[in-house]
Design a binder for this molecule. Structure first.
Ligand code: GTP
Ligand code: SPV
Ligand code: MN
Length: 584
């Protein structure tokens, strides 16, 4: 009898015929299945048990040292036409790409089990959610996918209902960097990833599906798939407003999504609610507002820098039932990374710790934990229609120039702000760290199609009946001449979010500048904060010459997307350049 699962069954049979595993296991997502996988991995050495008294249910995985981050140069978006991938992506002809990677998959699972993982991105009954199936030979990937997605029987039932899903074929291969590819075929809703077991390269529901494939689907279907956190801010009156914020990898999304309000705010009754920390799917609702869901069910968060002071909610979240990847270990077998008290004895590669070998924990070491373990998690994250977004924030990591906060005057200006984002590179991707590059909307590694078309898609949301969020640009990472951060960041970032919400509700006038509106003197609540005199002024100054140089560089950057660069962005850049010149 023909069933809606015929296509899935046929694809699994085809993958098995190619990869030739010893066994095929369909994942049901149960606790028993998870426990059995953990037991197997402890036995094989893929996982090491951590201190079960201090960290119950916590395990450590040490990656191959040559496989510790996403690799952008090996990540391809294979549209039939090269032009559709854009200068922002690496491209290969789809037929050539399939041939190249299928040759690697041939027989690669001999002696291994092939796991079939049905998963759902988004609340299982949400009309905005989408399903996929990942085939993998890595039990570590299965365990992580169970935490990061709604995985197993319920997802399979939905796939049967929907009749469509994203196909993700993955093998760790030999973990050889020379035989590694992460390929996307958006027109086929397919992903093939070979040779890496790490994070975004291997957990295919995350960056591959929920951003690269989903951004492409969102363009044809009228929605947005973004590299954004989603956070709810509750004021003392009990009203909750939701903010979506895009920051490049390792630039503060997890931290902002679960911040602890400064003491005075807590006293007054402010609360923070976490919906998501990395990915946001946004759809226009019937009332014209944008509604967002978090397609994920877990955090794959950066460990270094996480501590009682910076992010107590994260620490609480990862105190149990967490998979750690590439952290160090203390004498009593607790996980450790730079920024925590105590001393490491074993580094991320399992060697006795020696400072001469660099940091004890890898700078891109991570934790995987369910969102439900976060003290600030809200069940609004399960709302099928999503949460309404009041403000969109773009934030980069920039030691100079970019002020603490600037508001765009309208949607078009906001889209330009996102498009011209610059940020210093981090350890989340292989390559140099600390190099300033353009990272439009924090999507440079994740936009599944031509950035020019993507900017046009963003601009298209500005329609007659639309009630769009206000757009802001922030920078928590300004430094002084000694290289110290000018702004305390973390929990104190709520001060900036509060100003944004005041702007949205008409409670702050702001101060206009050529690049947008900044807080007028006295508008940022600095109560309880001991900022040196002159600091706030330094954080909010618009350096005219610096911005003129910036706008010149932005022009070159934007023109790299011609002829697909929308004219509206070109005009908007020109308008700001003229306003700067006139402010001389
Ligand atoms: P991905 O998971 O890679 O997408 O990263 P993310 O954007 O979620 O970054 P995350 O919140 O994990 O922060 C990365 C690093 O930035 C950590 O080491 C944090 O401690 C640090 N960080 C986060 N917020 C702030 C801030 O407000 N100020 C400063 N100075 N550092 C911050
Ligand atoms: C990022 O690099 O932005 C991450 C980690 O969130 S990964 O899943 O590896 O993409
Ligand atoms: Mn990310």
């Amino acid at each position: 009898m023909s069933s809606k699962l015929d296509a899935l069954n046929a694809w699994v049979a085809e993958a098995a015929a190619l990869a030739k595993p010893d066994a095929v296991h369909w994942c049901d997502g149960s606790q028993a299945e998870y426990d059995a996988l953990i037991a197997d991995m402890l036995q094989s050495g893929t996982l090491v048990a951590l201190n079960q008294h201090t960290h119950p249910g916590c395990y450590l995985h040490r990656s191959n040292p040559a496989d510790v981050a996403r690799v952008e140069r090996l990540t391809l978006v294979c549209h039939p036409q090269e032009a559709d991938a854009g200068p922002n992506n690496h491209w290969m002809d789809p037929a050539a790409a399939h041939a190249k990677i299928d040759a690697m998959f041939d027989g690669c699972m001999r002696g291994r089990t092939m796991y079939v993982i049905p998963y759902c991105m988004g609340p299982i009954d949400s009309p905005l959610a989408r399903c996929g199936v990942e085939i993998t030979d890595s039990p570590y990937v299965v365990a992580n996918m169970r935490i990061m997605t709604r995985m197993g029987a319920a997802a399979l039932a939905r796939i049967e209902r929907d009749g469509s899903f994203v196909k993700g074929l993955h093998s760790i291969g030999e973990l050889d960097p020379e035989r590694r590819w992460i390929m996307h075929f958006p027109a086929e809703l397919a992903i093939k990833s070979f040779g890496s077991g790490y994070g975004g390269n291997a957990l295919l529901g995350k960056k591959c599906h929920a951003l690269r494939i989903a951004s492409y689907q969102g363009r044809t279907e009228g929605w947005l798939a973004e590299h954004m956190l989603i956070v709810g801010i509750e004021n003392p009156q009990g009203e909750i407003r939701y903010i979506a914020a895009a920051f490049p990898s390792a630039c503060g999304k997890t931290n902002l999504s679960m911040l602890i309000p400064p003491e005075g705010y807590r006293r007054d009754g402010w609360k923070v609610w976490t919906v998501g920390d990395d990915i946001c799917w946004m759809h226009p609702g019937e009332d014209g507002r944008l509604y967002a869901i978090n397609p994920e069910a877990g955090f794959f968060g950066v460990a270094p820098g996480t501590n009682r002071k910076t992010n107590p909610n994260a620490l609480e979240t990862i105190s149990h039932d967490t998979i750690y990847t590439n952290v160090a270990v203390t004498a009593d077998n607790q996980p450790w990374w730079e920024g925590l008290p105590g001393t490491p004895v074993t580094d991320w590669q399992g060697r006795p710790y020696d400072p001469a070998n660099g940091p004890a924990a890898h700078p891109n070491s991570r934790f995987t934990a369910s969102v439900r373990q976060c003290p600030t998690w809200t069940d609004q994250a399960e709302a099928p229609q999503g949460v309404p977004i009041s403000a969109i924030v773009f934030g980069g990591r920039r030691a100079s120039l970019q002020p603490l906060v600037v508001q765009a005057r309208d949607w078009t200006h906001g889209v330009l702000m996102g498009a011209m984002m610059g940020s210093e590179t981090t350890a989340a991707a292989a390559g140099a760290v600390g190099v300033l590059r353009r990272d439009s909307m924090a999507m440079k590694p994740f936009c599944g199609y031509h950035y020019g078309d993507y900017f046009t898609h963003w601009l298209d949301f500005d329609r007659p009946a639309a009630k769009l969020p206000a757009i802001f640009q922030v920078n928590w990472f300004r430094k002084d001449a000694d290289g110290k951060f000018l702004w305390p960041g973390f929990g104190d970032n709520l001060r900036v979010l509060e100003w944004m919400l005041k702007r949205v509700e008409g409670g702050a006038t702001g101060k206009p500048t050529p690049i947008g509106t900044v807080p007028a003197p006295g508008e940022l609540n600095l109560e309880g904060l001991d900022l040196e005199p002159g600091r706030l002024e330094a954080l909010l100054t618009v350096d005219q010459a610096g911005w003129q140089a910036e706008l010149a560089d932005v022009e070159t950057y934007l023109e790299s997307f011609a002829p697909r660069l929308p004219e509206a962005l070109r005009r908007e850049r020109d308008r700001i350049a003229q306003a700067l010149a006139a402010s001389d």
